[in-house]
Design a protein around this ligand. Sequence first.
Ligand SMILES: [Mg+2]
Length: 161
Amino acid sequence: MDIARRKAVLAAMQFLDTFSFKDGVENYSAVFDIDDTLIDSYTKNVIEPVLELYQYCINIGMPVFIITARDIKYQGFTERQLIKKGIRGYERMYMIDYKRIMNENVGLKFEDVMNKRGYIKSRYRLDIRDSYKYHVLLNVGDDDKDFEGDIFEVGVKLPHY
Ligand SMILES: [Mg+2]
């Protein structure tokens, strides 16, 4: 049973049902984290209630983005994993290029970049807002780092087991 997750997902769906998309649903967006949000990092199984919310967003025509702190060197693996788990139709996936960030910032270590992943994720939401011109309506994650920087309207905080 996954009652806490189901409750969070139901509340988000109810919110979407009553929200008036005054700029048109296609100009809003939902952001999903991967690990322990869409995919259980221990069992590697998809987290069903969250996949339902993901699909709900897709079905109403709202652009969906994936923002993950996974290293971009795992992009191919991650894309295949998402397809296999039925996570399709997203507009774009943002990952972190740890190597490039370390190369561009002499002295910065891997752990330093790790510690900044909340900030980096918030910059990606800023990019959704500024480059795509979408409202970042829903932000779905399990970790406090998914919610740094305030660049979203509604946070869907899942339990972090
Ligand atoms: Mg996570």
